[in-house]
Design a protein around this ligand. Structure first.
Ligand code: CU
Length: 164
């Protein structure tokens, strides 16, 4: 009996330590490129995925020479091809499609910007929602996963879904 309660006490202490460290350390940084090509196609790329939950800094560069873009991140249970469109069919209906929306608007050609957010584990999309841009390729989906080694459960990452 005495032995069991000692084991329990050690386990509890370990859980507390791991939890505390996870909260303090979780930090990820994602480099994002926004752009468009001469054939009319457009892109929004991440340098890595999945993204680690916690504080996430997006370093966003509009590499276009001739077009303004924007960067929007939102949480959704839907995949890219399931996102509802606005009435005229040129934009994602952000209000209907996304929750926890963060955005960096009005990035002129060649400009860079930073967006710092706190993300919970889950499924997210990132897009440029200027008319026609998401449908031309400026949308991607990604998973936010608990920090490896953390003891959070219940948000198991799905296999990475990569759309570029
Ligand atoms: Cu755009």
């Amino acid at each position: 009996m005495g032995c069991r309660s000692t084991t329990f006490a050690i386990l509890t202490a370990t859980l507390l330590l791991a939890g505390g460290a996870g909260v303090a350390r979780a930090e990820d940084s994602v480099t994002v490129e926004l752009g468009n090509r001469s054939d009319g196609s457009m892109f929004l790329t991440f340098d890595h995925r999945p993204v680690t939950a916690g504080k996430v800094t997006f370093h966003i560069k509009n590499v276009s020479k001739d077009m303004e873009h924007e960067f929007i991140v939102g949480r959704t249970a839907l995949h890219l091809d399931e996102l509802p469109l606005t009435g005229d069919g040129t934009q994602i209906d952000e209000e209907k499609a996304l929750s926890e929306i963060h955005e960096l608007e009005d990035l002129a050609p060649g400009d860079s910007g930073t967006l710092v957010v706190h993300l919970q584990p889950g499924h997210y999309v990132a897009l440029c929602n200027l008319p026609g841009h998401a449908l031309a390729g400026m949308a991607t989906e990604f998973e936010v996963v608990p920090e490896s080694g953390s003891l959070q459960t219940g948000a198991v990452a799905k296999p990475g879904t990569v759309t570029r």
